[in-house]
Ligand binder design. Structure first.
Ligand code: NZQ
Ligand code: ZN
Length: 394
């Protein structure tokens, strides 16, 4: 087991009506003026924003609003948020939405406390201790940003999507009401499930040997997601199915399920380039195409690890041929994503033989900038390997 430090300061309020406690709990923590940050339409249409505003008003908390966060959140709106915080003396940032809103809120919370432009922080990656505290009302289980140390921000002008990690930006409060996820369309539900499952894969496959305590928990959450996913898609109003998926999404990316391991994160790197190249690509959908391709490309570095994954998550019987067991586990992974209605090849996302090389030419330089070379852990990858994986995913 590798050495590690683990920080998880998030106070979770989980269950029906959790969001009604926002105002009271922020007031208890000394909030006076909040930036209320949200996405496009869903939280307004459902009446959630009105309910959150009422809760803040009841607690005597002032707020300024900034909506309009798009999926794959962009630095332009982050800069607007930073300016609003500085002009209004904001002391807490409240994100109401999914990973995109929470990530945008994290970037704003950093930017509000520094003199430099926040894109500089994201790219130069110094550890900024001075961050406004963040609260989250989660509306989609997926990215796990409600407790993670990461934010991922796009810069359209530069054609980049770049992550920034720091324990200081982990949310202090997360309100998680599974009922808020009943309105999710099947595609968003499935993309979220794919993303959270991939957060476990990124942690399970690396170059460290077995870490039974971590691996056991990780595999158990994988099995739970596999069991609950069809249930939540068949019965979108099932409170229990939604609740299990929502809590799983947090566990998948809060960090605990990778402790003592190096973790890999090559496929997330490849996907972020894809979502930067075409900002309409949904993160989970991109991962559904790229993860099986990555697996096929790298499994020979340690087929036994893949065979173990196949046995423990899909219940595959060992054939005695570890290579064939590994390949079966990869097939099962692809079929699982397909069963959720996810695309399984980049051609379903608009790439084909005619444009893939141009896309690769555009993605590789920013991939190199974001990830360095070599990158990944299970198998160290070069930029040529990355290009091959994109081709394999077609
Ligand atoms: O904008 P609105 O109208 O709210 O619609 C959103 C959005 O279109 C909709 N939605 C959210 N909650 C809903 C709902 N629709 C109906 N009912 C609800 N209750 O869902 C769409 C997707 O929302 P988004 O926030 O983009 O989804 P997600 O949580 O998957 O976040 C994706 C972003 O997170 C990043 C991804 O790269 C991507 O930019 N990630 C962040 C991570 C982190 N911070 O730790 C880790 C991840 O690996 C990931 O990279
Ligand atoms: Zn992800």
């Amino acid at each position: 087991m590798e050495d590690f430090e683990f920080v998880s300061p998030t106070h979770f309020v989980f269950g029906r009506n959790a969001e009604s406690k926002v105002g009271g709990m922020l007031a208890e923590r000394g909030a006076h003026k909040v930036l209320l940050h949200y996405g496009g339409q869903s939280a307004i249409k459902s009446g959630l924003i009105d309910r959150v505003c009422a809760s803040l008003e009841q607690a005597g908390i002032e707020y300024v609003q900034l909506g309009g966060v798009r999926p794959n959140p962009e630095i332009g709106l982050v800069r607007e948020g930073v300016a609003l915080c500085k002009e209004n003396g904001v002391d807490w940032v409240l994100a109401v939405g999914g990973g995109s809103v929470v990530d945008s809120a994290k970037a704003i919370a950093n930017g509000a406390c520094i003199e430099e432009d926040v894109w500089e922080l994201i790219t130069k990656k110094w550890q900024n201790e001075n961050v406004l505290p963040i609260a989250v009302v989660l509306t989609i289980p997926a990215a796990g940003s409600e407790a993670s140390k990461n934010t991922v921000i796009s810069n359209d002008e530069l054609g980049m999507k770049t992550g920034y990690a720091s324990n200081y930006q982990r949310p202090k409060l997360a309100f998680m009401n599974p009922e808020l996820t009943f309105t999710l369309p099947p595609f968003q539900t499935a993309a979220g499930i794919t993303d959270m499952y991939c957060h476990l894969l990124e942690r399970f496959f690396d170059d460290v040997g077995p870490v039974p305590i971590t691996d056991g928990m990780n595999l158990s959450v994988m099995r739970t997601i596999r069991a609950e996913a069809p249930r939540v898609l068949a019965e979108p109003d099932s409170y229990d199915a939604r609740a299990n998926i929502m809590w799983a999404g947090m566990l998948c990316h809060q960090g605990l399920l990778g402790m003592g391991r190096h973790e890999d994160w090559a496929t997330h790197g490849l996907e972020h380039e894809l979502s930067a190249y075409d900002t309409t690509v949904t993160h989970g959908a991109g991962l559904a195409c790229l993860f099986p391709a990555w697996m096929e490309y790298v499994y020979d570095a340690n087929p036994a690890r893949f065979a173990q994954y196949g046995r423990e998550v899909f219940g595959l019987a060992s054939t005695g041929d570890v290579e064939s067991d590994a390949l079966s586990a990869i097939d099962e992974t692809r079929m699982f994503f397909a069963s959720l209605g996810m695309p399984t090849s980049l051609s379903e996302l608009g790439l084909d033989e005619d444009n893939i090389e141009d896309a690769i030419d555009e993605m590789i330089p920013t991939l190199r900038e974001n990830k360095g070379e070599p990158f990944g852990s299970f198998k160290k990858l070069t930029m040529e390997d990355a290009a091959e994986i994109y081709r394999l995913a077609l």
